[in-house]
Design a protein around this ligand. Structure first.
Ligand code: ADP
Length: 301
């Protein structure tokens, strides 16, 4: 559904996309992860024909981009990072007006409204004004709006940023339903649990390049030891030097928390006994551990 090869994009002296390539088969969810400024949005914009790359090959829904981007976009839905709903229109009108951009007749658009509102859990909000909707409802309406042209592939830039946990789960549920129908999703996200749940494959980008790409589980198994023990509390620095570092396969002190990555946690857990001032959390390794290992803990903006 989407093929990207040798993509390059430069702004002035800064190469913001550097030899990026990936393939997304139909029915898959592909996650593009990376710190702020990594080049994710620029890559997505190139895929949609909204930004012209300096070089590279892109095929979207079977059509070359940017050459035939307009035609390709008819088969594509886009959920932008920020909601761009029209506050002058009702919920239902927002869907109709958006459908008209795709050259659909008013009758066609109106026929889509009820099923789309049902999909978004907004059936009773058809006549509501946008300002009367909660953040979660707006997000779901934006998702429904992206579906108005019945797209085969959806691009989503941080689809759940700013949502509370309940609203986030609802959006995940809707995205899973779209995948079950055989649609393709390309998303960017800062939430590693979101990527781990939804994505068949993820690529981690940094400084314009893809540094790794795989199934989430494979990445975790490949990059991170089986167990992570997080330790914090009074005296953690002393404990870290005496036990945390020597008994871990890999360990780091970030702020006031020691992160110990290891395959055999028992010897390290023993050193925490009789130290009530130290709190420990023992958990399985996850995609966030991979992300932080590969891109570092430094702030990017
Ligand atoms: P991400 O989505 O991963 O946060 P972006 O693709 O938005 O990253 O940005 C990558 C880099 O490109 C950043 O350094 C950003 O400042 C720069 N950039 C993005 N768009 C433009 C533009 N239109 N002109 C100049 N620089 C840009």
């Amino acid at each position: 559904m989407l093929h990207v090869q040798n993509l390059h994009k430069r702004y002035g002296s800064l190469e913001v996309v550097r030899d990026v390539g990936f393939h997304v088969p139909a029915g898959h969810c592909f996650g593009l992860l990376g710190p702020n400024g990594a080049g994710k949005t620029t890559t997505l914009r190139c895929c949609l024909g909204l930004t012209r790359p300096d070089s590279g090959d892109i095929t979207l829904a079977g059509l070359p981009v940017p050459l035939r981007a307009r035609e390709a976009r008819v088969r594509v839905g886009v959920v932008p990072q920020f909601d761009t709903l029209d506050p002058d229109f009702t919920v239902a009108e927002n869907l109709v007006v958006f459908g008209r951009y795709f050259g659909m007749s008013r009758r066609e658009c109106e026929a889509r409204v009820q099923p789309l509102l049902e999909f978004a859990g907004l059936s009773d909000k058809a006549e509501a004004k946008i300002e009367a909707l909660s953040g979660g409802m707006k997000r779901r309406l934006t998702l429904a709006r992206a579906m108005v042209n019945n797209p085969q592939i959806l691009f989503m830039d941080e689809p759940t940023t700013g949502l509370d946990p309940q609203a986030r789960h609802l959006v995940w549920d809707r995205l899973k339903a779209l995948l079950t129908e055989g649609r393709t999703i390309v998303l960017t996200t800062h939430f590693m649990d979101e990527a781990q749940r939804l994505c068949n494959r993820v690529a981690i980008m940094d400084h314009g390049s893809i540094i790794t790409e795989s199934e989430p589980r494979t990445l975790i198994d490949r990059e991170i030891e089986a167990v992570v023990i997080e330790v914090y509390g009074e005296g953690v620095e002393v404990w870290f030097e005496a036990h945390g570092k020597p008994l871990s396969d890999r360990a780091e002190l970030a702020g006031d928390t020691a992160f110990c990555y290891l395959n055999d946690p028992d010897p390290l857990m023993k050193t925490l006994e009789g130290q009530p001032e130290l709190r420990a959390l023992r958990r399985s390794a996850n995609l966030e551990d991979v992300f932080l290992k590969l891109t570092g803990r430094d702030l990017r903006d």
